[in-house]
Design a binder for this molecule. Structure first.
Ligand SMILES: [Zn+2]
Ligand SMILES: [Zn+2]
Length: 272
């Protein structure tokens, strides 16, 4: 049986308020902002101990030598003080551009997307290969702001609300009293900086779109469904991010006189 008194660091004859006080102190120490991920397992133990010792009936049961958490079979405890709720308060998934585990402001930089286009080839082209010019709409780095998203001569300003950290501390009420939780800064959206004067040519996106002509070397031996990957030829990344890839999917046009079965060509029977 788990030593719940030991986990909370209290004597077996500790009063209700001593137990509560010990629990609150440990819960604060084990807050993820202080203890990190390592604190999470410890916190679970501490919360389990408090679930039992913080409830007079369960504590009495435990003192008689029965672990109510093990006995009930419903780990987590349906009654009592709401273990899950408190756990959520401490370790609940953070909303916004970064999870609760990540620290520091989020980066605006993102890799560009991958683009898929289809092109038709004849049987001869599929067999022997061909160079094809393909028209495709792609994102380019904005020529005015060069991807910075800021109007020329300006740069992002450190966010006044979070002072560049990208996150804000909020006081939440729980049975532990007031606890601090971290949330993405609402002013800068978690980036730690704001763009006061966005580039007007790209509406602050850092990218513009235009029609591109791409020369594709289609190798010999392709067939319908073959995809050719052109690395770094897709959309430009956001705020200086890497370019995405361009995929060209082959469709082979039906041939009038021959049909293809793998690498074998058979004369098509003509229906006239
Ligand atoms: Zn721009
Ligand atoms: Zn901010």
């Amino acid at each position: 049986m788990k030593d719940y008194y030991g986990v909370l660091g209290v004597q077996r004859n500790a009063t209700e308020s001593e137990i509560k006080k010990a629990y609150r102190k440990l819960a604060r120490e084990l807050h993820p902002d202080v203890a990190g991920a390592e604190g999470e397992e410890r916190f679970k133990e501490v919360a389990a101990a408090y679930e039992v010792l913080g409830n007079a009936d369960k504590r009495a049961q435990y003192d008689r030598g029965v672990d109510p958490r093990a006995a009930s079979g419903s780990a987590g405890g349906a009654q009592g003080f709401g273990f899950e709720d408190i756990f959520e308060t401490f370790f609940g998934g953070g909303a916004g551009p970064f999870g609760s585990a990540q620290r520091g402001p989020a980066s605006r930089t993102q890799r560009g997307g991958d683009t898929l286009v289809q092109t038709e080839v004849t049987l001869e082209e599929a067999v022997f290969g061909v160079t094809r010019e393909i028209q495709v709409d792609l994102a380019d780095v904005c020529g005015t702001c060069h991807g910075s998203c800021c109007a020329p001569g300006t740069s992002p300003t450190t966010c006044r609300q979070c002072n560049g950290s990208g996150s804000v501390q909020r006081v939440a009420r729980s049975l532990l009293g007031q606890v601090m939780t971290t949330a993405p800064c609402p002013t800068c959206g978690g980036y730690g900086s704001t763009i006061e004067s966005p580039c007007t040519d790209c509406a602050g996106q850092g990218r513009t779109h235009s029609r591109h002509t791409v020369s594709v070397d289609i190798p010999a031996g392709v067939e319908t469904g073959t995809r050719i990957r052109m690395s770094g030829v897709g959309d430009a990344g956001v705020a200086g991010g890497q370019k995405g890839d361009l995929y060209i999917e082959i469709r082979q046009r039906a041939h009038q006189a021959f049909e293809r079965r793998g690498t074998t060509f058979t004369a098509r029977s003509r229906c006239r």
